[in-house]
Design a protein around this ligand. Structure first.
Ligand code: NAD
Length: 331
């Protein structure tokens, strides 16, 4: 059976990436939409052939519990709304894919995990890179350690943003989970953890802001040092100031990199002497199909919800360090 997916929040990522991907998936399909914008209802219904009875808004969302066409709810809302809609979906008895970052903080993540366990539904996070071959290779090198122990990791996830083009965006609002550490820095936290295959134990963090007229509540650039229990270090950055994103992993006897490391397409990398060579996959199609199989056949998830929680524990420590003027914070 192809599982039915309801997209909740029809903004950029749903419109440009997920809905088109759901036209190519084999294991799941776009069965329903949840939107607060009336005009999108008929537009999406005709574009994607969605039944009238499968269109919901944020108020009547809980009625999905009676809809057999919906197996999975995919939460693609501003970060501050992830917790509420994940818990409401779980209470409606639906499995949940929640976009990154999982929530505003680790406590919210724990509440989401608990709600899904209580309601006996699966919860996973939209970490598409876990389904991408170059990234998977970096993870396997972190386990096999062909160049000896990993001593230093550098990961910068940077998306050049022109805040003057969207002064009212939730991404500029702290209360909505905005800011570029939450938006892009999460990829750098992920990269540090999956490259090292170890959990950091302490953090120091700093911020910088070259355009304070736009970045008032959230910072333009956040950089942090993640300290691992074996004495190794990751230097990570999330920024809106420029547009590249690279990952370098330096081990005792050699190093390798991905550049860019977080994009939808075009991920490349190698050691200093030899490029990696992996096939291009459609990240969102691969992610959605594999998640649907895991849910349908009750198999382990490639991305368990705890993966999102672990990142938010690091994120919490980063914000705490910044609040303490860069002091070292134990995770
Ligand atoms: P967006 O601003 O384009 O879309 C957000 C949607 O939420 C809009 O349709 C908006 O109408 C709706 N919404 C409902 N209530 C709202 C409110 N109170 N304020 C603002 N919007 C409200 O954002 P996006 O880029 O689609 O991001 C949505 C989520 O997807 C975020 O969590 C983001 O981090 C994630 N995302 C993930 C990836 C990825 O590669 N995995 C890429 C982009 C975005």
């Amino acid at each position: 059976k192809k599982l039915g997916v309801a997209l909740v929040g029809l903004g950029y990522y749903s419109t440009d990436l997920l809905a088109p991907a759901l036209q190519h998936t084999q294991q799941c399909y776009l069965s329903a939409i949840v939107t607060g914008t009336k005009a999108k209802e008929s537009q999406w219904a005709s574009q994607y052939g969605i039944k009238n009875s499968n269109i919901y808004n944020y108020d009547n969302f809980d009625d999905i519990k009676n809809n057999a066409d919906i197996d999975i709810v995919y939460v693609v809302l501003p970060n501050s709304m992830h917790k509420e809609f994940t818990i409401r979906a779980a209470q409606a008895g639906k499995h949940v894919i929640c976009e990154k970052p999982m929530a505003l903080n680790a406590i919210e993540c724990e509440e989401m995990i608990l709600a899904c366990k209580k309601n006996n539904v699966r919860l996973t996070i939209g970490y598409r890179l876990h389904f991408e071959p170059y990234t998977q290779h970096i993870m396997s090198l972190g386990k096999s350690l062909p160049f000896g122990d990993i001593k230093y990791i550098q990961a910068a996830a940077e998306f050049r943003t022109q805040p003057e083009d969207f002064p009212n965006s939730w991404r500029l609002k702290k209360s909505m989970g905005g800011g570029w550490m939450m938006d892009m820095g999460i990829y750098a936290i992920q990269a540090a953890r999956y490259s090292k295959q170890m959990e950091p134990v302490a953090v120091t963090a700093q911020t910088a802001n070259s355009r304070p007229q736009y970045f008032k509540e959230v910072t333009e650039t956040t950089t942090a040092q993640l300290y691992f229990p074996d004495g190794s270090l990751a230097q990570i950055t999330g920024t809106a100031a420029t547009f590249v994103g690279n990952l370098t992993v330096a081990a005792a006897d050699g190093q390798y990199y991905l550049s860019p490391f977080w994009t939808y397409e075009g991920i490349r990398g190698g050691t200093l002497s030899k490029p990696f060579d992996f096939p291009l996959v459609h990240q969102q199609v691969t992610q959605l199909d594999e998640m649907a199989i895991s849910i349908r056949d009750n198999l382990p998830m490639r991305v368990e919800a705890e993966e999102g929680l672990k990142d938010m524990r690091v994120m919490d420590a980063i914000f705490r360090s910044i609040a303490l003027g860069g002091k070292k914070v134990i995770i």
